[in-house]
Structure formats: C-alpha cells, structure tokens
Design a protein around this ligand. Structure first.
Ligand code: NDP
Length: 500
C-alpha cells in the first residue's frame, strides 16, 4: 500500500494568494529570510515573524498517551436498529436514534511511531456525542484483560514497555509478569492466537470488556457487556506477514482504514449486548465483574442493538484524533458502572492522564467538546476557550438563576450495587464456582481454536522465548501446561528442539 498522491488528497497546485501571518494574524515579511543587521549581522529578536514561527515549532509535540499512543481515528454514526428500551433509558439507545461518533483504534504498548502490525491487543474507543452529554466506551478488541485490579496496571504496562537501561522491549519482562500474575492466562492465550494480530482495524471486533450497568425507565438494573461485531468478519495476519509489514509499512492499519473510508467502503460493526438480570450476578459460575473472564454466550446470548458506521476521515489528525480524550468516566443517564475493579480504577486514571496530556480544559478541544450544553461552575485554567454569559454566576448556590443539579436527568449515582459489608477489604470477591485463572483460557485454546490455529499459537509463543531466562522460562511452560497440557508440552519440546 502506498500513500495517496497529494492531488488525490484534495491538494491543488495554485498561485499563493494568501499572505502568511503570525499566529496573531499579522502578515509577515518573508517566509525565507530572517532579518539581519547588515549582510552578516546578528539576527534580531524583534523579527516577530521568525520568533513566533520557531517558538510555536518548539512546542509542536504534546505528551503522547502513556498507553495506546499509536492509533487512527475516524468519524461516523451509530444507529439504533432494535428496541432495547426494556433495559436502558439512555436516550441515544432508544429505537431509531442516530448519534455522531468518533472512533479511535490503537496499539497498546508501542510509541506514537511504532508499527501497526505487532502482536498486542488493539484499543477500540468510541465517543458518542449524545444529546445528554458525551458517552465514551473505551474498550479493546478483546472481551478480557490481563489483570483484574487497577493496582497492578502500572506494573503490567512497565513489563510491556521498555527496559530502564537499554530502552529495549523485552519478552523476558513480559513473561515474568504474566507467569507471576496468572490471571493473565486468558488474555495471553487470546493474544497468541490468530486474533492477536488483526488483518485490519476494520476486521476486528470491539468490546466494552468491562461489565456495565443499564438502568431502564422503571429503575430496574441489568449487568451488560458490549460486543461490536465487525460486519466484515474477523481477519488475522500470520506472524511472518505481520513482521514483514512492520518493516515495509508501519502504518499499515492506519492507512487501510483511511483508504477504505475514502473509497466509500465504510466499515461497519453491529452492536450486540450480553444482558444479565441484576440478581443473577452472585449465582453466576464466574465473577461477572472480573475482566479476565467472559460470560458464556450460551448463557447470555448476544442481543442486537444497532449499527456503527465510520464514514469520515479526520481533516486534521493532531487536532481531531491526537487531542481526542476518551474516558470510561463519561457516562449518560441509563448507564452505570459495575464493581469491576479495573473499570473503577480507569474511571479515575483516564481523565487524570488527559488533564496531564492536554491540560485542565481538555474537554473544550474540538473532538472532546460535547454537542450537549455545558452548564457548570468550572472556569478559568490554561487555554480556556468557552465561557458563560457574564450574567451567569461562578458559584453555587446563587440567587441569579445559575444551573442546579438535577438527579432525574443525570446518571444518578453512576451505578449502584450491594457492597457486601462495610469493613475495608483487600482480596478477591466472594467466590464463584469457576473463578480460577485457567479454565476459560483452556476452553479458548482447546474448544474454540482449530488445530491449525493451535499450531500457530504454539509457534507464536515459541518465537518469543529466545531471550527468556530461567526460572522464568520453566514457568512459561508450566503456565501453558495449566492452560492446556498438550500445548504446554509442545511449546517446551519445540523450543528445546529449536536450540539443537
Ligand atoms: P461460544 O462458542 O459461544 O463463542 C466463542 C467465541 O469465540 C465467539 O465469539 C468467537 O467469535 C470467538 N473466537 C473464535 N476464534 C477466536 C480466537 N481465535 N480468539 C478469540 N476468540 C475467538 O463460546 P462461549 O461464549 O461459551 O466462550 C467460549 C470461549 O470463547 C471463552 O472462554 C472465550 O475465551 C472465548 N470468547 C468468548 C466470548 C464471550 O464473550 N463469551 C467472546 C469471544 C471469545 P466469532 O463469533 O466472531 O467467531
């Protein structure tokens, strides 16, 4: 795949009729020469056009995302095609409703310039610009995750990133973490299967991964999981092809997405939900709020809701995608959180990292600005752009008709559930019969994957073990034997054979 030519991207050769200006709008004297005192003299700080240009350039980069730094975004629409009003009163989920959406797909561990086709989960983040405020679903292309408690998140990410001394990525670190934090087994088994490297962003599913709450007009609550099923079917890249593409076209997935949309091949996904009545959670065979577990689709079949279509590429990547800030804390009435400890950690961490990356007024940037009115008492701060009429007070309570909170219109308590006791508690939640770390990974490897996919899984894992040392190496084989004995034994044999 090559870049489109400039003319295909809408650029036209022409005479330059527009005068270049400073960022304050003043026309400048020259694009080519800074001003000097005489032909070899010093350049002057009073050359405002020069200083303005260099100073802005010095500040072009913003901190990249700590995770999910490399990504691609596109705009589109979500249309509700079914009636799920029995489960949620969220306005944007009512029959026939259409809502503008921004989607961003990403790779987790690599930096902003890293290759698209590495083995890694993919971010699947959606911002719904609803009439009741922005609603973000910040999910992945997998329904599960490596850990179940946010307290481990920084450690997990450090193990996936780079060594402190040489700044190299390191499989030894990754396997060390995974084999010690064995709740990773399900996600790791997924990662080394075919879906660990999607063929394109268009051919992968998206999941909320976390359980959320839906609340209907009567106040009845349901636990739900979102599945955005690609209408193209899931596709994958074999490891050798992914490695080749990482060299010849590190932007492969981004380019594919933009080219498809430009060609009018709009990618679409069907949203399907798993819906669990509130009182079934305690009795379910696994803890339904543990993000390392799936709810079997045989127990909770997928219920169709609507269609997501992406039909517009960004006009400016930095403004509309790099500055997009997604957060699972963005909820609307009719949706609530669940007692998933990863989710509750992310509800804090996402807006926190956006404040660091983009500043305290990041919600005023174009991709984050809600279509709904913002009425509150936040004001000032760096780069403030929006402001209320001077007749609106900056404090509450007030006597001047300023906005007042309205519980009826809000997500209320942002989800409500039984805390099971008042004492401080650290540990796994109350037990469910199948709450172990390996059973679902086993089902995936033995029952869902085909024989050929299992062969590729073994080879994908063995290919990462060259730099792994004892005792971690033995732990890797034991970990895989706990997932599936035959697969673990085969990995050990194939690895040892490869050393002969
Ligand atoms: P089902 O037989 O109802 O579903 C199997 C699921 O596995 C389908 O969604 C299928 O997606 C997906 N799948 C197929 N190949 C792969 C692969 N290589 N990697 C990951 N997923 C794949 O079974 P259950 O719901 O009872 O779940 C059985 C196992 O399937 C689970 O342990 C879990 O590992 C995996 N799974 C479960 C999901 C869930 O939410 N219940 C979702 C995805 C996977 P498709 O229909 O697109 O082929």
């Amino acid at each position: 795949m090559t870049n489109e030519k400039p003319s295909e991207r809408g650029l036209r050769p022409s005479a330059h009729n527009t005068a270049t200006t400073t960022n304050a709008g003043t026309p400048i004297t020259s694009d080519d020469f800074s001003v000097q005192q005489g032909k070899q003299g010093y350049i002057g700080l009073h050359d405002v056009g020069l200083v303005d240009k260099l100073a802005h350039f010095d500040r072009e980069r913003i901190p990249e995302r700590v995770v999910h730094a490399k990504g691609a975004g596109a705009f589109g629409e979500f249309e509700v095609t079914e009636d799920v009003s029995a489960y949620t009163c969220a306005d944007f989920l009512q029959p026939g409703k259409k809502t503008p959406v921004l989607a961003r797909f990403s790779v987790v561990a690599g930096e902003k310039g890293s290759a698209d086709t590495v083995r890694d989960p993919r971010g699947f983040a959606l911002k719904f610009y609803t009439e009741e405020g922005n609603y973000d679903m910040v999910g992945n292309n997998t329904p599960i995750f490596f850990i179940r408690d946010a307290i481990k998140f920084p450690d997990f990410i450090h193990s996936q990133k780079r060594t402190p001394d040489t700044d190299l990525q390191d499989w030894n670190m990754r396997w060390d973490f995974w084999t010690l934090a064995t709740e990773s087994a399900h996600q790791v088994a997924w990662l080394f299967g075919d879906r660990g490297i999607p063929s394109t962003y268009r051919e992968m599913d998206g999941f909320s991964s976390h359980a959320f709450q839906w609340i209907n007009e009567k106040g009845e609550r349901f636990w739900v999981k979102y599945h955005f099923k690609t209408d193209l079917g899931n596709g994958y890249l074999p490891q050798d092809e992914a490695d080749r593409l990482a060299g010849v076209d590190p932007e492969y997935h981004r380019r594919d997405l933009y080219q498809a949309i430009k060609d009018g091949n709009y990618p679409t996904w069907t949203l399907k939900m798993q819906i669990m009545p509130e009182d079934e959670a305690e009795k379910y065979k696994v803890n339904p709020f543990d993000i390392t577990k799936t709810w079997s689709q045989k127990d909770y079949p997928l219920i169709p809701v609507g269609k997501l279509t992406l039909n517009e590429i960004p006009k400016n990547f930095h403004v509309q995608v790099e500055q997009a800030a997604f957060s699972p804390s963005n909820l609307v009435r009719g949706v609530g959180f669940s007692p998933d400890k990863m989710l509750l950690g992310r509800v804090f961490a996402y807006p926190d990292t956006q404040r660091h990356r983009l500043g305290g007024n990041f919600e005023q940037l174009p991709p984050n600005r809600p279509l709904a009115n913002v009425n509150n008492y936040s004001h000032q701060g760096a780069a403030a752009m929006e402001f209320s009429e001077p007749t609106v007070p900056t404090y509450v309570p007030n006597s001047y008709d300023g906005p007042r909170a309205d519980a009826e219109k809000s997500p209320g308590d942002w989800g409500r559930w039984e805390p099971h006791g008042d004492e401080p508690y650290r540990g796994d939640p109350y037990p469910h019969p199948e709450d172990d770390d390996f059973s679902q990974a086993h089902v995936l490897v033995r029952e869902v994957m085909s024989e050929e996919e299992r062969d590729r899984l073994v080879s994908n894992v063995v290919g990462t073990l060259g730099e792994v040392e004892e005792p971690i190496l033995s732990r890797v084989f034991d970990y895989w034997r706990k997932i599936d004995e035959e697969v673990g034994n085969r990995m050990e044999k194939d690895f040892k054979d490869s050393l002969k």
